[in-house]
Design a protein around this ligand. Structure first.
Ligand code: ADE
Length: 225
C-alpha cells in the first residue's frame, strides 16, 4: 500500500510514522508513506496557498491551484483508489472505514488547514471526506495521522499477532472486554476467577458477556448499528 499525504506542515505529521509499529511497517515495506509540502506548489514568488473567502467572512481558504498541481502530479504517476480530505464537516471515522481503506493500493490524503479548502477541490478531486470526531483541530495533519495509524495496523504482517486486529474493539461493533495480566492478586485486587480456570469455552463466554455489558453501558449506539 502507498499513502501520499498532502500538507502545509509536513514536519507536524512526520513523527507518528517514525516510531513503533508504524515505523516497522514502513521498514518492512508493507506500506510506503510520502509527504508532499503544499508550499512547493504555491503561487508566485511568495508561494501563496490561501486567500480570503469570496462573499467575506473570517479565515483564509486554501486555493484550488496549488492542490490541483500537487494532486495532478501524483495522478500522472499512478492511479489512486481514493483521494481523501480530512475535515470536521464529514462522516466520522469508524473501524469499518479503516478496514475498507486498508484494502486499497494507493491513496492520497489531503490535510486541510485554515478555514478549509475551496469547495471546487472537494467537488473535482475528493472521493471521500473523513472527520475524526465532532471537534475542530487547528489542521488536518493530526487527523490524517490518526487515519493512517488506524489503516496501517490492519495491513497483514504489521501486527505481530494476526489475531489481535480481528479481536479489537469495534470489529464486531462491540467494545473490548477487560484484560488482566500477572500478578493474579495485587494488594487484594483479584483477577476474575474464570480467567485463571483454563476453561476456554467459559473464558470466551465471559469475554462476550463483558464486551456486551461494556458496550451497553458506554456506547449503546453501537448496538443499534
Ligand atoms: N480538521 C480539523 N478538525 C478535524 C477533524 N475533527 N477531523 C478531521 N479533520 C479535521
Amino acid at each position: 500500500m502507498r499513502i501520499d499525504i498532502i500538507t502545509v506542515s509536513p514536519e507536524l505529521i512526520k513523527s507518528p510514522f517514525e516510531h513503533s509499529m508504524i515505523k516497522r511497517a514502513i521498514d518492512k515495506k508493507l506500506v510506503q508513506v510520502h509527504f508532499h509540502n503544499l508550499r512547493d506548489y504555491g503561487i508566485g514568488s511568495y508561494k501563496k496557498l490561501d486567500d480570503m473567502p469570496f462573499g467575506g467572512g473570517a479565515g483564509m481558504v486554501l486555493m484550488i491551484e496549488p492542490i490541483d498541481k500537487c494532486i495532478s502530479e501524483l495522478q500522472a504517476q499512478r492511479k489512486y483508489d481514493e483521494i481523501i480530505y480530512m475535515t470536521p464537516d464529514a462522516k466520522t471515522l469508524n473501524q469499518a472505514t479503516a478496514n475498507f481503506l486498508s484494502l486499497k493500493e494507493n491513496i492520497i490524503i489531503l490535510a486541510g488547514h485554515y478555514k478549509g479548502v475551496d469547495q471546487r477541490v472537494r467537488d473535482k478531486f475528493i472521493t471521500k471526506e473523513i472527520s475524526i470526531g465532532d471537534y475542530v483541530l487547528t489542521g488536518g495533519e493530526l487527523a490524517a495521522a490518526v487515519l493512517c495509524d488506524a489503516i496501517i495496523r490492519l495491513i497483514p504482517g504489521v501486527l505481530g499477532d494476526e489475531q489481535s486486529a480481528l479481536t479489537d474493539s469495534f470489529q464486531d461493533n462491540l467494545l473490548s472486554p477487560p484484560v488482566y495480566t500477572r500478578p493474579a492478586e495485587y494488594n487484594g485486587l483479584k483477577v476474575p476467577e474464570v480467567l485463571l480456570s483454563g476453561n476456554f469455552k467459559k473464558i470466551d463466554d465471559w469475554r462476550s458477556e463483558k464486551a456486551f455489558e461494556r458496550t451497553k453501558n458506554i456506547r449503546p449506539d453501537l448496538l443499534d448499528e
